[in-house]
Design a protein around this ligand. Structure first.
Ligand code: G6P
Length: 489
């Protein structure tokens, strides 16, 4: 165990997630280059000063040989990361299959894949077995590294089996589980063939967290309706104890974005962009290229807006950054071609020899480019069909202190519950509704923009990722201590 600045022992926090916050590139038989991703969870946990965090997860690469595995383990140890090695077949069945083709769409209300509905349960069954097996592999690694007093925080839909596996190893382990996606209505969850097994396992945790109160409520309803358990305002009674269930809305490291705007590189990017799009209003979409993000629907709404508002045709541009993701899953491949087709059609229809209405990029931007883009944007379009929270909306708000641009936000994103008062809320399935919102946003008077921005900016500044992580971890610690005290009484 490590000492803190005052020489006291720091409690260890084992953060278990499917993906480690690093990208690993193999340079030779026994050498790796690692890049830490500075994303949400990483900065959130850096802010939790009372704990010393270790990460356990998959490095996102296939390393079949022992030499490579040893070298990667050693390199990762310097970054306080511990790898779980998954072979190609497991990745295919567990990650591409059960996680991304079954749980992900189901939790976002897109239903189960067709072939599974038709009771050809063979592939479903094998994917489910791979999911259990992968979760057991994560549990083995956690168990090897666990020391008494550690707190274990499991993340997301990939690891719903983990709490149960961990408690089997050691019933005293403090285990929390947090879901970063929506938890759907119990009527949706009950269509899943393995609905009960997953609920039972999650209930083995001491604390179960969601981004919104609605998701927590859906989870409790699923436990009462599907498992016949007793729900209380605090959680679910399970095997003689209370599994605490609550909402912990995540935030961002807003200061990191605000500070970045003063950097010379960012200012230069901003100047370039302003020059490039002079005389036009900039609308922005930043999404992983995922069906839940509603990219085709968003672009169709933009087309409708251009169709009905000839005045705006040469005065507005939509920049859509679509970051490729899960490219081995066929649904994602289909989506990519679909988006390209729509963008091509609209640019063909409304473009001129020198300009096009939509700039679509299939890639990610570096942090500085992204901040500059957020800062020069007039209207951001976050129109997910469903989204656990959606932090792009937070990042945009953080970068808009000068411009006070408008956020158009899906009512089906968790963020609608926190930024709803400042944003224009839309139903992303309703193309007419979104097209109308685009017009409203572009024509909004400065006083109203300022009022709306202020509301959201205050929220984004005061509800940070650090605070989110700190609250969850300390509640997990306390929940376990309280439960121990209760059993002793
Ligand atoms: C969502 C999930 C995360 C996941 C991320 C990227 O935000 O909640 O758990 O890591 O998407 O997806 P990927 O499949 O590339 O890890």
């Amino acid at each position: 165990q490590e000492n803190d600045d005052h020489g006291k022992y720091k409690q260890r926090l084992l953060v278990v997630a499917n993906r480690l916050p690093v990208s690993a590139i193999r340079k030779g038989e026994d050498s790796w280059s690692l890049e830490i991703s500075a994303g949400g969870l990483v900065s959130a946990l850096l802010g939790v000063k009372e704990f010393e965090a270790r990460w356990i997860g998959w490095a996102g690469v296939n390393v079949p040989d022992v030499v490579g595995q040893k070298a990667l383990t050693k390199a990762l140890a310097e970054k306080r990361c511990i790898p779980v090695f998954l072979d190609e077949e497991i990745v295919h069945q567990y990650y591409n299959g059960y996680c991304n083709n079954i749980l992900w769409p189901l939790f976002h209300y897109l239903g189960l894949p067709q072939e599974d509905r038709l009771a050809t349960t063979r592939s479903f069954q094998s994917q489910f077995l791979a999911y259990e097996k992968a979760n057991q592999m994560f549990a083995d690694v956690v168990n090897q590294h666990y020391e008494e007093g550690d707190v274990v925080w499991c993340h997301d839909y990939h690891l719903m089996f983990l709490p149960k596996c961990l408690k089997k190893y050691n019933s005293k382990m403090k285990v929390g589980w947090f879901l970063h996606t929506p938890f759907p209505s119990s009527e949706i969850h009950r269509t899943l063939p393995s609905r009960s097994e997953l609920l039972h396992s999650v209930l083995a945790a001491d604390l179960v967290g969601f981004h919104t109160y609605d998701y927590a409520r859906h989870f409790v309803s699923a436990c009462t309706r599907i498992l016949g358990l007793e729900g209380t305002p605090y959680g679910v009674e399970y095997q003689g104890k209370l599994t605490r269930v609550a909402a912990f809305p995540i935030g961002i490291d807003s200061e990191r974005f605000i500070r970045a705007l003063d950097l010379t590189q960012v200012q230069e990017h901003m100047k370039e962009l302003q020059e490039r799009f002079k005389g036009r209003k900039v609308m922005l979409g930043v999404d992983r290229l995922d069906m839940i993000k509603g990219i085709p629907q968003k672009i169709l709404a933009f087309e409708k807006f251009l169709e009905e508002n000839a005045y705006w045709r040469d005065k507005v541009v939509l920049l859509q950054i679509a970051v490729p993701t899960r490219t081995d899953v066929p649904e994602y491949q289909k989506l990519t071609s679909q988006v390209h087709e729509i963008v091509g059609r609209i640019n063909g229809r409304f473009g001129s020899l020198t300009t096009v209405p939509i700039h679509h990029l299939d890639r990610s931007l570096d942090f500085h480019e992204l901040c500059a883009l957020y800062a020069v944007t007039d209207v951001a379009l976050v129109t997910s069909l469903r989204d656990g929270m959606n932090l792009v909306s937070y990042e945009f708000v953080a970068c808009q202190e000068k411009k006070k641009g408008v956020l158009i936000l899906s009512e089906f994103a968790g963020a609608a519950q926190s930024l709803g008062a400042g944003a224009i809320l839309v139903n992303p399935w309703n193309v007419t509704d979104v097209a109308t919102a685009i017009g409203r946003a572009l024509n909004m008077l400065p006083a109203e923009r300022e009022k709306r921005h202020k509301h959201n900016f205050l929220h984004v500044k005061s509800h940070t990722a650090q605070e989110w992580a700190g609250t969850f971890v300390s509640e997990l610690n306390d929940t376990v201590i309280e439960a121990q005290l209760r059993t002793r009484q």
